[in-house]
Design a protein around this ligand. Structure first.
Ligand code: NAI
Length: 327
């Protein structure tokens, strides 16, 4: 058996943590032969709850779980981390302004970035789920300057999966025979789920589904799916988010299918006209376990306007936290 990998999971006592941890334990994330050391990072008030989760994890008697540690101290939690999955965030509460939300979360993700910079393993990868995920990723990366920029991602695979599912439902094609869907922009209602390069059973998606739907209802359905789940279930997306985290990590480690790509929020290098430094969702493939932005896709006027609108929101978010001096 290989030496254990170290996974640091923030927000481990939360809903997504509760769903994800047992799938890590069963080998779905790193594979059936890869032991894992789990470090849970929680807010002080949730350490007790994290202990309860750890008790259940112990009761799963999972041979792959080498060790579990719980802490509210980022420096302890990220010590020796190979992968950091950052789920813990302050949710928006009634009456809270968007700017306040951004500020409170900047206060969480800045110190975590500092800790990652000083104590994580050299090969550290950081995947941010906690919202606002794109801007939180930018902040964590700004505080970990020694970590290569391409090691940071914001999760948009859930949006990608939602787009695949809607296309499958509309076309009647199996979800596995749909490829090259892209989520561009922010993980928010302004995101742009793009089918212009997508293939459904080898045919251009726009020859299979009607354009009016693809440019209207489809985009709204994907972008507002989180709200629809809350309305129906009485709680936000949890199990599907854990699935998307697994899909993201799995594809980074093992690559995407030949001819296909995934979507992930990446620190922009200026690709597709997105200002450098913003964290924007792009089409990505994985090479040698590193994400790369797919280059050279044609962006027509419709796509350009949609991407620009979401990027405008990312710029606003960056401006809202700039005065904190964290970026
Ligand atoms: P939750 O409220 O059940 O869990 C969040 C956990 O984070 C709590 O246990 C809380 O104690 C912890 N936490 C708060 N501050 C912390 C800190 N400073 N350090 C460590 N842990 C801290 O929420 P849930 O459902 O697990 O969702 C977590 C986040 O994921 C939310 O921000 C949500 O908006 C986001 N999300 C993102 C998605 C995406 O696709 N990017 C999809 C679904 C959720």
């Amino acid at each position: 058996t290989p030496a254990p990998l170290t996974l640091t999971l923030s927000g481990a006592a939360g809903q997504i943590g509760y769903s994800l941890l047992f799938r890590v334990a069963s080998g779905e994330v790193f594979g059936p032969d890869q032991p894992v050391r789990i470090r849970m990072l929680e807010a002080p008030g949730a350490v007790r709850a994290a202990e309860g989760v750890a008790m259940e994890l112990q009761d799963a008697a999972a041979p792959l779980v080498a060790d579990v540690d719980i802490s509210d101290q980022p420096r302890r939690a990220f010590d020796g981390a190979d992968l950091a999955i950052l789920v813990g965030a302050r949710p928006r509460t009634a009456g809270m302004e968007r700017a306040d939300l951004l500020e409170v979360n900047a206060g969480i993700f800045g110190p975590q970035g500092e800790a990652i910079n000083s104590v994580a393993n050299e090969g550290i990868r950081v995947l941010v789920i906690g919202n606002p995920a794109n801007t939180n990723t930018m902040i964590v990366a700004a505080h970990a300057p020694d970590v290569p920029r391409n090691r940071f991602s914001a999760l948009t695979r859930l949006d990608h999966n939602r787009a695949l599912a809607q296309l499958a439902a509309r076309s009647g094609a199996p979800v596995g025979e749909i490829s090259r869907v892209t989520i561009w922009g922010n993980h928010s209602r302004t995101q742009y789920p793009d089918v212009r390069h997508a293939l459904i059973q080898g045919r251009p998606a726009l020859e299979v589904v009607d354009r009016e739907w693809a440019e209207g209802e489809f985009i709204d359905t994907v972008a507002q799916r989180g709200g629809a789940i809350i309305a129906a279930r009485g709680g936000s997306s949890v199990a599907s988010t854990a699935t998307a985290i697994i899909d993201h990590v799995h594809r980074r480690l093992h690559g995407v299918r030949e001819g296909d790509w995934s979507s992930a929020g990446r620190i922009s290098d200026g690709s597709y006209g997105v200002p450098e430094g913003l964290v924007c969702s792009y089409p990505v493939i994985s090479r040698d376990q590193e994400w790369e932005i797919v280059q050279g896709l044609e962006v027509d006027a419709f796509s350009r306007a949609r991407i620009d609108a979401s990027v405008a929101e990312l710029i606003e978010e960056r401006e809202a936290v700039r005065h904190l001096g964290l970026i």
